[in-house]
Design a protein around this ligand. Structure first.
Ligand code: NAD
Ligand code: ZN
Ligand code: ZN
Length: 349
């Protein structure tokens, strides 16, 4: 079968012929419906130096996958062939304290395991079939179209986890800032809208991204510029003078972090989700009192189940553009050049 593989660091991916996966005992093969193209894949292709991560190419890309159960390995029970599923992406050891809580994104043995999951060190979903090493990574779908649902596993789950930890700050009269309204940010806006009464201010460098932000529920939008003072003034004009209780930075470059530090309130949360490689100086005077800065990585499998519930209820929906496996590189090119709105999903079958 054809698979879109990262063959070496800092190189474009290649469409290669690879053997079809066969499930060993306890494993499951799924037929892929869709595999979302995440900006993290662009970081893998362009930014990460060899040795930065505990795993290496080659592997098939696609860490945001959905499909139908195709073949069950010996001993797999509780799941039927043909069942539509999402693949929970971060694969931990399955037995440490965090994994037992469903938080395989924070597995305590990750450095010993190496690969972070399918599409991140192991073969992912940008191929007609994908091997999933354990059925605990599968979350059943019911009414959702599996192609449109694929982005829930990362573009949905990652903002959901980031927002959930800050929910106590997002009561009536509160403000949330979403910086970067692409695949993740457009889901972040919807999740804030459905989960909280917060006023949502969306920030992006692209007008089209801001139009999508408004479509999916942002109350105010702000075009990012080099003039941070002017942006802060614009921000507070749109919030009756109130700074942000929670800032979600889905970019993570110097400029977005600097803006986040300026618009976050005292006692607020500045949450860095984007892997843009920027830095933020931290000192007594660089942030408002008691503002807390944290990074977040992906989410737990039970949170993914909650995201699926929201999507099945029609309260959130990824904004999807479909691409064939043969044109997957075009999806990444569109993401890189700013010509994509929402999420690109590769449909290999
Ligand atoms: P994307 O390309 O779909 O969206 C990024 C958006 O940010 C685009 O709309 C772009 O115009 C905008 N942008 C770029 N520079 C900006 C700036 N200076 N100010 C404001 N907006 C700006 O990317 P995505 O797939 O949504 O991923 C977003 C980031 O999150 C990436 O860095 C990705 O690697 C990272 N990510 C992190 C996790 C995690 O668990 N922490 C998970 C998935 C993705
Ligand atoms: Zn991702
Ligand atoms: Zn573990």
């Amino acid at each position: 079968m054809h698979a879109l593989q990262l063959v070496e660091w800092k190189a474009p991916p290649q469409l290669r012929d690879v053997p079809e996966p066969v499930p060993g005992p306890g494993e499951v093969v799924i037929r892929i419906a869709g595999a979302g193209a995440c900006h993290s894949d662009l970081h893998l292709m362009h930014d990460f130096e060899p040795g930065m991560l505990p795993w290496d190419p080659p592997f098939t890309l696609g860490h945001e996958s959905s499909g139908w159960v195709e073949t069950l390995g010996i001993g797999v029970r509780g799941i039927e062939v043909g069942q539509p599923v999402l693949v929970y992406g971060p694969w931990g050891c399955g037995s440490c304290h965090r994994c037992r809580e469903g938080m395989e994104n924070y597995c305590e043995n990750q450095s010993a395991i190496g690969a972070a999951g399918g599409g991140l060190g192991r073969d992912g979903g940008m191929a007609p079939k994908m091997l999933v090493p354990n059925p605990r990574h599968l979350v059943p779908l019911h009414d959702l179209d599996p192609v449109d649902a694929a982005p829930l596993t990362d573009a949905g789950l990652t903002p959901y986890h980031a927002i959930k930890r800050s929910l106590p700050l997002l009561g009536p009269g509160s403000t949330a800032a979403v910086i970067g309204v692409g695949g993740l940010g457009s889901m972040g806006v919807q999740l804030l809208e459905t989960l909280t009464p917060a006023r949502v201010v969306a920030v992006d460098t692209r007008e089209r991204a801001l139009e999508l932000a408004t479509e999916v529920g942002a109350h105010r939008t702000l075009l990012a510029s080099d003039d941070v003072d002017a942006m802060v003034a614009d921000f507070t004009k749109s919030t009756n003078g109130r700074l942000a209780d929670v800032v979600l930075d889905f970019v993570g470059v110097d400029d977005s972090l600097a803006l986040g530090a300026r618009v976050v309130r005292q006692l607020g949360h500045l949450t860095i989700v984007g892997i843009g490689g920027g830095t933020l100086p931290v000192s007594f005077f660089s942030l408002p009192y008691e503002a807390a800065v944290a990074t977040t990585y992906w989410g737990s499998v039970t949170e993914l189940m909650e995201v699926v519930e929201l999507a099945e209820a029609g309260r959130i929906a990824p904004h999807v553009t479909r691409y064939s496996l043969e044109s997957a590189v075009d999806a990444y090119a569109a993401m890189r050049s700013g010509d994509l709105e929402g999420r690109a999903v590769i449909v290999p079958n």
